[in-house]
Every structure is written in C-alpha cells, then in structure tokens.
Design a binder for this molecule. Sequence first.
Ligand code: ADP
Ligand code: GLC
Length: 486
Amino acid sequence: MLDILMVVSEAVPYSKTGGLGDVGGALPAALAHLGHRVTVATPRYRGMDGGQAVAAFGRGAWFGAPDCRVLESVHDDGVRFWFVDCPAYYDREELYADARGDYPDNYMRFALLSRAALECAATTGMRPSIVHAHDWQAGLVPVYLRERFRGHPAFDAVGTVFTIHNLAYQGNFGREVLPQLDLPWDVFTGEGLEFWDKASFLKAGINYSEIVTTVSRRYAQEIQTAEQGFGFEGILRRRAAVLVGIRNGVDVRAWDPANDPLLPARFNAADLAGKAEVKRALLARFGLDAPGQWARPVIGMVSRMVDQKGLDLIFAAVTAGALQALDASFVILGTGAPKYEAMWRDLAARHPNRVAVTVGFSEELAHLIEGGSDIFFMPSRFEPCGLNQMYSLRYGTVPVVRATGGLDDTVTDVDESTGEGTGFKFRAYTAEAMMEALRRALSWYARPAAWRRIQLAGMAQDNSWEASAREYVEVYARARERAGRG
Ligand code: ADP
Ligand code: GLC
C-alpha cells in the first residue's frame, strides 16, 4: 500500500474550472479504491467549509505569505482532504483570474499551496511514499522537497511525480519572485526552473520530478514537437525516458446515463428510449421545441470558449455561413472570450429555432447536453486528454472531434465502407476539414440503424478510471525506484 500525497489546485466536488477539477476528484478516489491511502492538498476557496484544523503556520513562516491553516476532512471512500486555508489568498471570486486578468499574486498563492502541503505532511507525521503534483500550480512541490526538506525523515521514502494537464499554462514569473518564495538562486538555471529568463513553475515540476506524466499517450508524443510543445519541446525531449502518457478516466459515479440524477430520464445501451426523452427535455429547456424541430439532429457543445477548443475554426465557419447552413440544431454551453460568446449569442438571435446558447457554468446543463444531444462537437486545436468526448461516448452522443491528443486516442473514426467506429475525426486544422467531418456525421445520422451501431460502439467503450489508476501505481513504483527508494 502506498501513502500518496497529491497536490492539486482543483478537485470536485469542491472546485473546478475544467478537467483538472474532475481529475483532482476522481483519481484519488480510484487510487483509494485500489487500496492506497490518499491525501489531497488543495486550496480552501470561497464557499468551501468544513474540516478540522490539523496544522497552522504563522505569517512569514517560510516566506511572506499570510497566516494559514490546514483543515482536514476524510471522505467515506477513505480519501483525506487537506484544505489550505488562507483567506487573503483563496477567498476570492474566481480561482485564478478575474476580469482584469490573472491575479498578480498567483505565484505566492500557489507556492503557498505547495509549501503548506509538504509542511503539513512533515508536522503531522505523514511519511508519504509518493508526492504527486499537478500542473504549474503545484510545480514547486519537488523543488521545495529538494531545497527545503532534504534529509527530512518525513520524506526519506518519497518518490515524486508531476502531471502536465495543459502545457499552454506555464506559470512563468519574473525572476525576482525567487527570493520571495524562499528559493535559492542556484535553481535558476536551464537545468532547473529558468525559462527564457523567467521562473517557470511548470518547468520546475518537469525538471525536479522523478517521473513526468501527461494525460494521454498521443499528447505525450505531441508535446515533444515544436507544433504542440509551447517552447517546452526540447525540455520534454530531454526527459523523454521518464515521460509517460496516461489517459484520464470517466468518473462513472458522476457520469452514468443509467443512473444520472441530473437527467430527466435514464437510459442504457439495451434501452435508449430514455435518451429520446432527454433530447425532448433539452430542446424544451433551450427553447428549440417549436413544431417540426424534433427530427433535426442536435449538435451539443460544453466548452471553455477559447482558441484551444477550436473556437477560431468555428468563428471562421460561422463567418462563411457554413455552420448555420447545416440542417442541424446547436445547443451550446460555455464561457470564455467575449468575442466567441458574442458570436454564439448573435447566431442564436438570428436562428432562434435552431441555435441556443447559455453563457455560464452549469453542471446540470452540462449533463443535459451530454445526455440529450445527438452529436457532441469538440474541434480542439490541441487537447491533452479531454473529458467531454468520453462522457459523450458513454451517453450515446456521437463525438465529432479533431484528431489531436486524447481526442485522437479515445475516438475511432467511422469507416465509410463498414460503418465501424465511434465518432468522426478530422486532422487538418481548417474550417473546411471541420465542416467535412460534421457533414459526414450528419449523413450517417440520416441512416438510423447505422447510427445506432455507432452509438452502441461508443457506449461499449470502457474509459473508466480503474485501468488508468493502475498505470499511475506502476509509475509511482518507478518513481520510487528512480529516487533509490524502491
Ligand atoms: P478542459 O479541462 O481543457 O476545459 P476537459 O474536457 O478536460 O477540458 O474538461 C472540461 C470539464 O469542464 C468537463 O467536465 C466539462 O463538462 C466541464 N465544463 C466546461 N465548461 C463547462 C460549463 N460551461 N459548464 C459546466 N461544465 C463545464
Ligand atoms: C486540461 C486539458 C484537458 C484535460 C484536463 C484534465 O484542462 O485541457 O484536455 O482533459 O486538463 O487532464
């Protein structure tokens, strides 16, 4: 049995801006299910309550951060949460940014998360066998371990793993932050955390951990290329021997069409009748239920409205009049760049019977769209893993995706001659290729029996966490070996 300390800036049910939150909630549960002891250290953001104080650290204990406490709460499944409580840092409207942009003290806020997690382990007598840090927000974890806990008995059996969920977010800050973070200048080198004269939390995580993972096999390859490496391709190629891709899973407790309390009806592969009911409810909810609308295929999207998610391609297709020319309805949920929010609102105003958008974040609507749509649309420019396409597959909602990252790994393109496959993929990042994939999907939709086969093939796919959690356990063993602790 391993004693795993996870450091992650989002975890459902407490906090979530995207897939990181899903993983922060579900991976610990899956590891606990395999018999490991898991502790998740995460910020106590606004609105979170509960927990018993297990540690308190005074202002300036390690660096200039305000007073903080750590509150502990243990879930029924055995996962223990450590909420780092520092209201001056975490009691804010959003997790990372407000309308003016990123919070300027993010480097302090997330350095505190990393440091407090380790200090709490040290002062409460935990002896972790693995410390697993996620994304740039936890990138300083292995650096603090090396620089500030070298030889500390709490960590004499530890191996470190760092997971990249999205290379586009790097946590790069001016070099002057280093002394403020209680780090010595000798980490500021190319082999350390210096990145184009900045202190990069992402690079810290990559360079100071025994093993680096990312969230799909395909993305693990892609990030070693100039096209998808965001300037990190060289760094990652140097670490290729310890770079591992492990696909995220679906938390089947939260995403199960046969047992989803957020749906107005339930269904499964043996009986899809409930799906038709969910579609009706979806159309009614979004005001697309005028007579004659029912037969039209519904294309759904739940997404951050940013370029990563292919919104620039959609913008081009809308500008050219191509998207709205499809004989389909669109149900859209998301927030993001004002330009894209306005584009959808505009389109909905011009096609009130066929296009509806909700700008906002809603777990309930996300489930309704996954359940009630015929097609789920994810034309991402890059996608480390992507969770929505996997939810769609489970819900009999056929994904149309760009063949990149986790989308490429989890969706099988329908073979035009045999009809075998689970979705529709396009490769070139162009509006034309995207439109072609949508048209192809619609032409198969027009053949109900063939469409049903595609739906059922997707529903039969097992993307649960179990297998992925086992792969993490193997990676943990390797990390401990590399640290000389096997
Ligand atoms: P990313 O993390 O890059 O945004 P993922 O596909 O991994 O992409 O995960 C996105 C997660 O966030 C999914 O669980 C999705 O349902 C959810 N999500 C995204 N936007 C919204 C929204 N507007 N309302 C509710 N859930 C959302
Ligand atoms: C990132 C990626 C997404 C991935 C998620 C969880 O937000 O953009 O593809 O699924 O992290 O790993």
